[in-house]
Design a protein around this ligand. Structure first.
Ligand code: UT7
Length: 323
C-alpha cells in the first residue's frame, strides 16, 4: 500500500508568454493543443537527485516515517544526475538512508508505474518492507529551446510514494500492467550520451543530447495505448470506470487525457489534471499528481485510483490502487 506521498518542484517558472519570446509560438496554440500554461524549471546547480530527495522526505513526513525506515529507493528517471552511478544512490546519500538499496528505472513517462510494480513485487516477496518510489526529472536540461515542437512541452519536478506491505484493510496496490514496443523508439528519444553515440563534437553539433519527438505520431499511439491499458486493467479486475474514484493519467497532453477518460467512461470531475501548472514532467508527472491530489483532499483512504501512462520506448502501463 501507499503510506505517504510528496512532491518537490523548482520555484522558477516558464510561462507560455515566456516561450512566445523564445520561439515562434503562441499562448493560444500551446493552451489549445496541449492544455499547458506554466512549467517549473530547475535552477542551475539543482540536480534531479535534489528534487527526488526532497520529494522522498515529504512522502516520509506524510507517512509518519523516517529515513531509517527505508529498505530501498527506486528512482524512475531519464534525466539522472549522471550516466552512473544511479540517481537513487545520490538520493540515498542526500537522505542518509544508510540501510537502503538504491537503483534507477528507465521507462520514461511510464517509469513511475514500472517502479511501483517492481516495488510491489519486492514487498510481496518479503525482501523489503518500505520502499521509496520516486519519479524525478529535469527535462529542461535535455530540451532544445530552438525547437518549438518540443520546447513548449516539458518541465521539471519530482514526486514520491512510500510503498509498504498491505495492512489487511483492503488498501494496497491491487494490480499493475506493463507493456512495451521498442520498434518505435525513434518516434521519441534522445540519441546522444549513451554507447551508440558517445559525446563528440558531431553529437553536440547535431543536437543529439536533446529530446527528439514526432509529436503527431506519438500522440496517436499514446491515445490508443493509454485507453487500452486503462480498460484492460479494469476488466481484468472485474471493475469499470464507475468504480474509480480518481483517474490519474500521465500529463502529456490534455487531449490524450480526455480521450483516455472517455474510453473508460470516467467523467472529468473524477480525472486529475494539473498539466496547466507543470507541463510534461515525464516519470514525475503521476507521483506529483498523486501528492497534489492528496493535498487537495481529492484522495481519501480506501478510494480506488487508476494510474495510466505512456512514454518513450515505447513503454506504457496502468496500475490500480486502493489508496
Ligand atoms: O510524454 C510522453 C509522450 N508524449 C506525448 O504523448 C506527446 C504526444 N504529442 C502531442 O501531445 C502533440 O502531438 C503535440 C502537442 C506535440 C503537437 O500537437 P499536434 O496537434 O499533434 O500538432 P502537430 O505536430 O500536428 O502540428 C500542427 C501544426 C504544425 O504546423 P502546420 O504543419 O500545420 O503548418 C506545426 O508546425 O502546429 C505547428 N506547431 C506549432 N505551432 C505553434 C508545432 N509546434 C508548435 C508550437 N507553436 N509550439
Amino acid at each position: 500500500m501507499i503510506r505517504g506521498v510528496g512532491l518537490a518542484v523548482p520555484e522558477k517558472l516558464l510561462t507560455n508568454s515566456d516561450l512566445e519570446k523564445i520561439v515562434d509560438t503562441t499562448d493560444e496554440w500551446i493552451k489549445t493543443r496541449t492544455g499547458m500554461e506554466v512549467r517549473h524549471i530547475a535552477e542551475e546547480g539543482r540536480d534531479t537527485s535534489d528534487l527526488a530527495a526532497e520529494a522522498v522526505q515529504r512522502a516520509l513526513d506524510d507517512a509518519g516515517m523516517t529515513v531509517s525506515d527505508l529498505d530501498a529507493i527506486i528512482v524512475a528517471t531519464v534525466t539522472g544526475d549522471m550516466q552512473f552511478p544511479s540517481t537513487a544512490c545520490f538520493v540515498q546519500d542526500k537522505l542518509g538512508a544508510k540501510q537502503a538499496a538504491a537503483f534507477d528505472i528507465a521507462a520514461a513517462c511510464s517509469g513511475f508505474i514500472y517502479a511501483l510494480s517492481i516495488a510491489n513485487g519486492l514487498i510481496a516477496s518479503g525482501q523489503f518492507r518500505h520502499i521509496a518510489v520516486v519519479g524525478a526529472e529535469i527535462l529542461s536540461r535535455i530540451t532544445d529551446y530552438e525547437d518549438r515542437a518540443t520546447c513548449v512541452l516539458f518541465g521539471d519536478g519530482a514526486g514520491a510514494a512510500i510503498v509498504a506491505p498491505a495492512d489487511g484493510s483492503g488498501r494496497g496496490i491491487l494490480d499493475t500492467y506493463l507493456r512495451s514496443d521498442g520498434s518505435l523508439h525513434e518516434l521519441l528519444y534522445m540519441p546522444g550520451g549513451g554507447t551508440k553515440y558517445p559525446a563528440s563534437h558531431k553529437t553536440v553539433d547535431e543536437k543529439y543530447h536533446y529530446i527528439k519527438m514526432e509529436g503527431r505520431e506519438v500522440f496517436k499511439y499514446a491515445v490508443t495505448a493509454m485507453g487500452e491499458a486503462a480498460e484492460y486493467i479494469l476488466e481484468r479486475n472485474g471493475l469499470s470506470g464507475d468504480d474509480v474514484a480518481l483517474l490519474i493519467p500521465h500529463q502529456a497532453n490534455s487531449r490524450i487525457i480526455e480521450a483516455t477518460a472517455k474510453r473508460v467512461k470516467i467523467p472529468p470531475e473524477r480525472v486529475f489534471v494539473n498539466i496547466q501548472k507543470y507541463g510534461n514532467t515525464s516519470a514525475a508527472s503521476i507521483p506529483i499528481a498523486l501528492a497534489e491530489a492528496k493535498q487537495e483532499g481529492r484522495l481519501r483512504p480506501g478510494d480506488l485510483v487508476l494510474l495510466v501512462a505512456f512514454g518513450a520506448g515505447f513503454t506504457w502501463g496502468s496500475a490500480l490502487l486502493r489508496f
